[in-house]
Write a protein that binds this ligand. Structure first.
Ligand code: PAP
Length: 310
């Protein structure tokens, strides 16, 4: 694998002071350890028809989608005082394909009989068994301008660079050129969107902004789709509302584990996954010119789709 990686196109992010290098593999950009994990998964991962994949490009609502799906799927096993979401970052509760060993997923499947698995891989690069097993896929996407800002802060903070040392204009330009984690972002969304047209019963698309503006409808849709529908009695008893509140930004970002924890003693602090969660935060960073430029390109790429990414 090492030799193959050496042959791939490489890009070192100048705005991150050369501290991060991405590789272009199967038409998407990715950092080395996630690339290695992705290739390992492509070679070894065996999906079951009952698996449910939570897929996303980075910074589009992954953490939120995972919390909701986990809370929905485990609601008969745990309540709000016993859920693992109180003590673990959600990324440790729902295995991440590129980071998990196959055994870990198998153990999880047995332990919790939890069908959930998450990945940032583009649709075209999913392990073959994910497609051949015909398992379900939920894909979340988000306004591209907020994704750019969210990714900017995440990467900058992960590398401990203050804003004055990490010019936003350069981060923007790189993203615009398609060089972003698992990007180009447009291609990532288009891949899942096209697949959802071909396999609508197996692929559900959710939009971050819709989840915010209409949480109840979308959370019920998610629960139905992943095979854990709410009963009328549950709805009456407020179970849906409670899950929405518990998994909401206000609650999750204030849990001690998410304020001060580090997963498995790793480098990244949990709080980095909970920044602001504000729609339209891009307005604090974009010039008029940047807005026009990214919207023009996004319009060109999405004109046929009916999807609104801006
Ligand atoms: P990841 O791909 O690294 O897992 P992801 O969860 O997709 O990141 O994106 C993080 C964004 O979701 C952050 O957005 P911001 O930078 O604009 O603030 C984060 O704040 C937001 N987020 C995290 N949890 C929630 C939540 N419960 N509700 C809404 N937004 C959330």
């Amino acid at each position: 694998m090492e030799d193959m990686i050496k042959t791939l196109p490489m890009h070192t992010c100048s705005w991150l002071k050369g501290k991060m290098t991405m590789y272009k593999y199967q038409d998407f950009w990715v950092i080395k350890h996630l690339l290695e994990g992705g290739i390992r998964a492509q070679q070894n991962f065996k999906a079951e028809p009952s698996d449910v994949f939570l897929c996303s490009a980075p910074k589009t609502g992954t953490t939120w989608l995972k919390s909701l799906a986990f809370a929905i799927a485990t609601r008969e096993k745990f309540d709000e005082s016993t859920t693992p979401l109180l003590t673990k970052l959600v990324h440790e509760c729902v295995p991440f394909l590129e980071r998990s060993e196959v055994e870990e997923h198998e153990n999880n499947r047995k332990k919790l009989s939890l069908p959930l698995m998450a990945t940032h891989l583009p649709y075209a690069s999913l392990p073959e068994s994910v497609l051949s097993s015909n398992c379900k896929i939920v894909y979340i996407y988000r306004n591209i301008k907020d994704v750019i800002v969210s990714q900017y802060h995440f990467m900058r903070e992960a590398l401990k660079l203050p804003m004055e040392d990490a010019p936003f204009e350069e981060a923007f330009e790189e993203f615009y050129q398609g060089v972003s984690g698992y990007g180009p972002y447009w291609d990532h969304v288009l891949g899942y969107w096209k697949a959802s047209l071909e396999r609508p019963d197996k692929i559900l698309l959710l939009k971050y902004e819709d989840l915010k503006s209409e949480p109840k409808n979308n959370v019920k849709k998610l629960a139905d789709f992943i095979g854990y529908p709410f009963s009328a009695d549950e709805e009456k008893a407020g179970v849906v509302d409670n899950i929405i509140r518990f998994c909401g930004f206000e609650n999750m970002s204030n849990l001690e584990v998410n304020k001060t924890g580090k997963p498995n003693g790793g480098m990244l602090e949990n709080r980095l996954y909970y920044r602001k969660a504000k729609d339209g935060d891009w307005k604090n960073y974009f010039t008029d010119e940047m807005k026009e430029k990214i919207e023009k390109l996004t319009d060109e790429k999405f004109s046929e789709t009916g999807l609104v990414l801006k």
